[in-house]
Design a protein around this ligand. Structure first.
Ligand code: SF4
Length: 356
C-alpha cells in the first residue's frame, strides 16, 4: 500500500443554518462533525449509516458541492478546500461523483453520447470526433452496447442509466470516484451487476472509490475498509472484514445484525439487534454520546462525555466508552490522554456502571 493516500480528510465539519419558526432566530445543525477518512490508491472505502447520518453531506463537502466550516480534504496531497477558480476546476478532474438517482442525474434533453462526453466538453478536452471515440470506448467499459450512444436517457432502464452515469464519472480518468447510494434505486440483480462492474473498473483502472450506502451488504461486497457514521460522526472504522465479522460499536452491531446471512441454517442462529427510538437530531445533539438515546448499553458516562475514536491496535477505531483507552502503566510519567492514540480494552457494561 502506498504511503500517500489518494484522499485524506481531516477534522471535516459541515453545519447548516436555517431560519427558526421563531422570528429572528436561526437554528444550526452540525451535520458532519470532525470527520477523518483515508482512502489509498485502488482501494474502496465504504461509508455506512442510516439516512440522515451525514454520509452524503460528507461526500458533497469533499467534492466542494457544499461548503465545509472546518477541516482539510487532501486529494493527492493538495487541500481541495483551499483551492479557488481554475486550480479548483483542474483538481476536480481527479475526483468525480455518482449520484443515487439514475433517473434524475442525467439531463433528459441530452443524448447518451452528450451525457457521457459532458465533462470532456466542460474541460475542453479533445475535439468532437475524439470525444465520440472516447464515449464508444466508455460504453464498452461499462457493458452497454454502442447502439445506445444516440438514445435519450428516458429510453434506458435504471441500471443502464447508472452505467451511463458511471461512464461519465470515469471519462476524465479520475483518481477517486464517490458513489452515493449508487444501487439503492435498482433491483437486486441489477445492484449486483453494477457492484461487480465497479469492482472490475477498480481493478482495470486503479480508481479508488468511496461507496456511500445505508446497505451494509452492498458495502461488504466491494469495500476494503469501512467507516460507520451516526449523526454526523464516525463511530467505528477499520478493515471491512474485521468490522463486519466482529462489530464492536453498539450501532455497528445493530447494522451488521440486520444483514441477512446467505446460509439459512446460520441465519436462524443469529440474533437481530433492533434499535428503538429515533436517530439523534443534528440540530439538537445531546451532550455526551450522540447514540445514547438508542444504545442498549448506555452508561452514566455516556450522558456527559463525548467518546473519541480510539485505535484498538488492529487498525480498527471505535468511539464508545465501552472501549476506553487502556490506562497507562503506573511507572509511566504521564497518563495516556483520551485522544484516540492508545490501544483500547473492552469494559464489560455490567462492571462499568450501566445506567438508564
Ligand atoms: Fe452506547 Fe455509551 Fe458506547 Fe455511546 S458511548 S455507544 S451510549 S455505550
Amino acid at each position: 500500500m502506498p504511503d500517500e493516500p489518494v484522499l485524506d480528510v481531516r477534522n471535516l465539519s459541515v453545519s447548516f443554518t436555517r431560519r427558526s419558526l421563531i422570528p429572528g432566530r436561526r437554528r444550526t445543525s452540525l451535520v458532519v462533525d470532525d470527520v477523518d477518512l483515508t482512502v489509498h490508491k485502488g482501494r474502496t472505502l465504504g461509508l455506512v449509516g442510516e439516512s440522515g447520518s451525514g454520509k452524503s453531506t460528507t461526500a458533497k463537502a469533499i467534492v466542494r458541492l457544499v461548503d465545509a466550516q472546518a477541516g482539510e480534504v487532501r486529494l493527492n496531497g493538495v487541500d481541495l478546500l483551499s483551492l479557488r477558480g481554475e486550480a479548483l476546476k483542474r483538481a476536480r478532474r481527479s475526483v468525480q461523483m455518482v449520484f443515487q438517482d439514475p433517473y434524475s442525474s442525467l439531463d433528459p434533453t441530452m443524448t447518451i453520447t452528450e451525457c457521457i462526453a459532458e465533462p470532456l466538453t466542460v474541460h475542453r478536452i479533445g475535439d468532437r470526433a475524439s470525444r465520440v471515440t472516447a464515449v464508444l470506448d466508455l460504453l464498452d467499459q461499462v457493458g452497454l452496447p454502442r447502439s445506445m450512444a444516440d438514445l435519450m436517457p428516458s429510453q434506458l432502464s435504471g441500471g443502464q442509466r447508472q452505467r451511463v452515469a458511471i461512464a461519465r464519472a470515469i471519462c476524465l480518468h479520475p483518481d477517486l470516484v464517490l458513489c452515493d447510494e449508487p444501487v439503492s434505486a435498482l433491483d437486486v440483480s441489477t445492484q449486483n451487476r453494477i457492484l461487480q462492474m465497479l469492482t472490475d473498473l477498480r481493478a482495470s483502472h486503479g480508481i479508488s472509490f468511496v461507496l456511500i450506502s445505508h446497505n451494509l451488504a452492498a458495502v461488504q461486497q466491494l469495500a476494503d475498509d469501512v467507516a460507520v457514521m451516526y449523526c454526523g460522526t464516525i463511530v467505528e472504522r477499520g478493515p471491512a472484514q474485521v468490522v463486519t465479522a466482529d462489530p464492536k460499536h453498539p450501532y455497528t452491531r445493530a447494522l451488521v445484525s440486520a444483514v441477512p446471512y446467505p446460509d439459512p441454517e446460520v441465519q436462524r442462529t443469529r440474533t437481530r439487534v433492533v434499535l428503538t427510538g429515533d436517530p439523534a437530531n443534528p440540530a439538537d445533539r445531546p451532550p455526551g454520546c450522540v447514540f445514547q438515546g438508542r444504545c442498549p448499553e448506555v452508561m452514566p458516562v455516556c450522558r456527559s462525555v463525548v467518546p473519541r475514536l480510539a485505535d484498538d491496535g488492529t487498525g480498527r477505531s471505535i468511539a464508545c466508552h465501552l472501549y476506553e483507552p487502556a490506562p497507562a502503566p503506573q511507572s509511566a510519567p504521564q497518563a495516556q490522554p483520551h485522544n484516540g492514540a492508545g490501544p483500547v480494552r473492552k469494559l464489560r457494561p455490567d462492571t462499568a456502571g450501566k445506567g438508564r
